[in-house]
Write a protein that binds this ligand. Structure first.
Ligand SMILES: NC(=O)CC[C@H](N)C(=O)O
Length: 326
């Protein structure tokens, strides 16, 4: 639970109050179940690599992880197959197109551009090993368990909602099968993709997951390793360049921290060797990222000079604030 009197906690409380009245943005209604959530939900959580938790708002509120799952499944594919095999199937180039675009799939390489947009994520998911759908799902859930540090499950209604309406994703999968980028188990890969997107998390879980990436792959709360440390660089690089879809360039310029958003309203950001940040607020901007989430991350980055190219100056300011006693 949050450490109420700590100066960083006070900063988070003020940030929460500052953006609570902001009601811009719209829910992701293209997944019918997501249109039913409460747009007022708002929480911020920051977890340090030494396991301290600062949070404000309802950090227990559960929601589906959506595209934030792409980061972790990409890490899992790397751990299972190594860089070269994964790179042969999914590139590492930002697209400049919306997350659900099919456009560049039909270009010369026939390879999805990166694992942070839907096409690339479906290709990544198709690489997950297992003798059948159940084993593949169980292995994936196990991977998430290491990052989250508790038992995890899939929200059945969101999964079914996406499964029955996700025709663009199906079209991408078939196109990628046509080009030999995924194997013939198209429906199995799509189900696994819809399931990973329907994983239930809360804001604190996301911050712990982000802090695990910040902590070279070791969950700071449990001490459990979730991913081999040498793949952290790969995961954070694609988050940095592609994690915010067709806003990724502006994000890198303005905020300068590897981050990933999802259409349920979650955002994670990773400050390597320091903290994992998570924000949850469902209304989205035109790119599909949480409006309040973007604002909170921008403010945190500005206040503590977290932009990658502000470091190490910001590093010491941030460390000092975090180290302060209440
Ligand atoms: N950006 C997102 O969060 C998209 C994930 C969503 N499940 C989809 O496939 O459309």
């Amino acid at each position: 639970m949050g450490d109420l009197e700590h100066p960083f906690q006070s900063f988070l409380n003020a940030l929460y109050l500052k953006y609570k009245p902001l009601t811009d943005g719209a829910l992701a209604s293209y997944i019918p179940e997501l249109a039913k959530v409460d747009p007022d939900c708002f929480s911020i959580c920051v977890v340090t690599v030494d396991g301290r938790i600062f949070e404000v708002g309802d950090a227990d509120q559960l929601f589906t992880i959506q595209s934030i799952s792409k980061v972790f499944v990409y890490g899992m594919a790397l751990a299972e197959h190594g860089r070269d095999k994964v790179l042969a199937k999914v590139g590492v180039e930002p697209t400049g197109d919306p997350f659900n675009s099919l456009i560049r799939l039909d270009e010369s390489s026939k390879r999805p551009d990166n694992p942070m947009v839907n096409a690339g994520a479906i290709a990544t998911t198709s690489l997950i090993k297992g003798t059948g759908a159940t084993e593949r799902l169980n292995r994936m859930l196990d991977m998430f368990r290491h990052y989250i540090g508790r038992d995890v499950y899939i929200d059945m209604s969101v999964f079914m909602s996406e499964r029955s309406t996700g025709h663009r994703n199906r079209a991408m999968a078939h196109l990628m099968r046509h080009f030999g980028m995924i194997d013939e188990k198209i429906d199995e890969a799509l189900d696994l993709y819809f399931q990973q997107c329907s994983l239930m998390v809360n804001c604190r879980d996301l911050a712990v997951m982000a802090a695990t990436l910040a902590n070279k792959g070791v969950n700071p709360m449990t001490g459990d390793r979730a991913i081999p440390s040498h793949y952290i660089r790969d995961v954070l690089s694609v988050m940095y360049t592609c994690g915010m879809y067709n806003f990724a360039g502006e994000w890198a310029y303005k905020v300068g921290i590897p981050a990933k958003s999802g259409v349920s309203g979650g955002i994670i950001a990773v400050v390597p060797n320091q903290v994992g940040i998570a924000v949850f607020s469902p209304p989205l901007d035109a790119h599909g990222s949480s409006v309040r989430g973007l604002k909170v991350c921008e403010d945190l980055a500005r206040e503590f000079e977290l932009h990658m190219f502000d470091l190490p100056m910001g590093c010491s300011h941030f460390r000092q604030t975090l180290a302060n006693e209440p």
